[in-house]
Design a protein around this ligand. Structure first.
Ligand SMILES: [Zn+2]
Ligand SMILES: [Zn+2]
Length: 277
């Protein structure tokens, strides 16, 4: 009983209440007249913001997989933060911790160490990781505009919510913001939880990371998580042609347009022995 009480105290109830309220509000889609335009809006806000998370929070800010100029860097950070998944420096710092000792103490979200629920959502709505180690983010925290966005991470979310509500009304808001944000959160969280449990392993990495096509489809390519743990700095995560990686396809187009610079490649192992090493 004492242990249960201690673990309950870890949670910040303001955040837990907000998280549950968002889920309850998402059920509101059943109480507004159905329109296909709402479904299109949901798809657009999901896919565009998922790109912000995968290309921004993850491949750019956590792993420096490519370069951008300062304007596009700021825009990408703002887009990623419109997902409601906290600040850009906070997100990337915790992800860098995950890669330092994946699935070993003190990995902050390992399903093998602390259970599925904790890895999926517990760690993010608890009090344990509100802070981050600033020494991990010196490469990006030197930009004052990123520090501002990180501190005020609620601004892009509130702006997006306001724009959608004013243009598309309550129905559009419930589909295109509330439901989209809930789906986006769980799809992202699945990489921390399911992608370390469910799927196949091409490389014998020093962790439990998996490749999973379903997770790759709902996260625009992040489901090739075993490949990613093997080549964490690479711009792409799918290796063979059927390992669909929509984030990488868009980054290639942006590279062709001159926006993305110096994408870091995936040095493929010369032979299978090295692949298994
Ligand atoms: Zn991982
Ligand atoms: Zn990563």
């Amino acid at each position: 009983m004492k242990r249960v009480l201690q673990s309950i105290r870890k949670y910040r109830f303001g955040m837990v209440a907000l998280f549950f309220a968002l889920h309850l509000a998402a059920l509101g889609v059943f109480f507004v007249p159905f329109r296909w335009s709402y479904v299109s809006l949901l798809a657009a806000t999901y896919v565009i913001r998922m790109f912000g998370i995968t290309a921004g929070y993850h491949r750019y800010f956590s792993h420096r997989s490519y370069k951008l100029n300062r304007f596009f860097q700021f825009m990408l950070a703002a887009l990623a933060e419109s997902s409601g998944q906290k600040g850009v420096l906070w997100w990337a710092a915790h992800h860098r911790v995950h890669h330092r000792r994946s699935d070993k103490d003190p990995d902050i979200h390992s399903p093998g160490l602390r259970g599925f629920w904790w890895a999926h959502v517990g760690w993010i709505i608890s009090n344990d990781y509100d802070e981050y180690d600033p020494s991990l983010m010196k490469d990006y925290s030197k930009f004052p505009e990123l520090r501002f966005l990180d501190r005020h991470y609620w601004i892009p979310v509130v702006l997006l919510a306001g724009v959608i509500l004013s243009i598309f009304g309550l129905g559009g808001f419930l589909w295109g913001f509330v439901l989209s944000t809930v789906l986006l959160a769980h799809a992202t969280f699945c990489i921390n939880s399911m992608a370390h449990v469910w799927g196949s392993r091409r490389f014998s990495t020093d962790d439990d990371s998996r490749n999973n096509i379903l997770l790759a489809l709902i996260t625009l390519g992040e489901g090739w998580h075993n490949n990613h743990h093997r080549f964490m700095y690479a711009c792409r995560q799918g290796i063979v042609w059927w390992e669909v990686d929509f984030t990488y396809y868009v980054l290639r187009v942006l590279h062709w347009m001159g926006i993305v610079r110096e994408p870091r490649g995936m040095r493929l192992p010369r032979n299978e022995n090295e692949a298994q090493a």
